[in-house]
Design a binder for this molecule. Structure first.
Ligand code: NDP
Length: 246
């Protein structure tokens, strides 16, 4: 696999879960990869080590996705380390599943900061450096389009906003050959959304495949969108949800 040779990718929140799988897959396809993380330096180092052991190039940068200074510095460090930037994957995000009545304004603000404001910051900064023909990929959510379970009012509102962010931005950067797409996972087994436990039961039941997804199944779609064969796909929402929204 060499579809991304000579390309440089930045994956926000790439130390664990879906972001870590995306980083490893893009590296396996030939890209040099920078990942950001907030707290877990050990997991971030493990991702870098795994990529390097497989013969790839990677760097981990501590950068809170909600901090403009930290993200600007992460983008600059990526370009300084690998010489360019071709692919941005806006993966860092979080959910606080609670009913609307129980959700505080602080919790809503936290999800907006990370899931939406963070996307704005990283995208704005990355576009200053991104080469023509680049790729901006959001990790939204299938609940950004349809909500089948209670407890996701605030989270799904942020992911619905990410969907429209991607659609709108595609209209502004298309002249540079840059594509902007929104990948919408369904229930994927990660620390954020483990496949075991009470919260998993209705999510699994809502899928057509009657199972949680694996992080690698999201990474495979992201790798396709990051690669040269997706050059005519932009401003769209690509759902990888086991049929949740069918
Ligand atoms: P995890 O919580 O398992 O992993 C989150 C990753 O993001 C970690 O690497 C974490 O690093 C990093 N991160 C967390 N906060 C910040 C921050 N403030 N700044 C920078 N990095 C941060 O999440 P998932 O892998 O499950 O989710 C990844 C994305 O996919 C999110 O946007 C989520 O909304 C979306 N998604 C997930 C689904 C699922 O079922 N899992 C379904 C649909 C969408 P650290 O440990 O250092 O904090």
């Amino acid at each position: 696999m060499s579809k991304l040779v000579n390309k440089v990718a930045l994956v926000t929140g790439g130390s664990r879960g879906i972001g870590a799988a995306i980083a490893k897959r893009l590296a396996a396809d030939g890209a040099s990869v920078a990942i950001t993380y907030a707290k877990d330096a050990t997991s971030a180092s493990a991702v870098v080590q795994a990529i390097e052991l497989a013969g790839g190039k990677a760097v981990a940068i501590q950068a809170d996705a909600a901090s403009i200074e930290a993200v600007e510095s992460a983008v600059e460090k990526t370009v300084a380390t690998f010489g360019r930037l071709d692919v941005l994957v806006n993966n860092a995000g979080t959910a606080i599943p609670k009913t609307f009545e129980e959700t505080s304004l602080e919790e809503m603000d936290h999800m907006i900061d990370l899931n939406l404001r963070g996307v704005f910051i990283a995208t704005k900064t990355a576009l200053k450096h991104m080469k023509d023909g680049g790729r901006i990929i959001m990790i939204g959510s299938c609940v950004g389009e349809r909500v089948l379970t209670p407890g996701l009012v605030a989270y799904s509102a942020t992911k619905g906003a990410v969907k429209m962010f991607a659609q709108g931005l595609s209209r502004e950067v298309g002249s540079r050959g840059i594509t902007v797409n929104n990948v919408q996972p369904g229930p994927i087994d990660t620390d954020l959304n483990p496949a075991s436990g009470d919260w998993a039961v209705p999510q699994k039941a809502a899928t057509a495949l009657n199972r949680y997804g694996r992080v690698e199944e999201v990474a495979a779609l992201v790798a396709f969108i990051a690669g040269p064969e997706s050059s005519y796909i932009t401003g769209t929402n690509l759902t990888v949800d086991g049929g949740t929204n069918a």
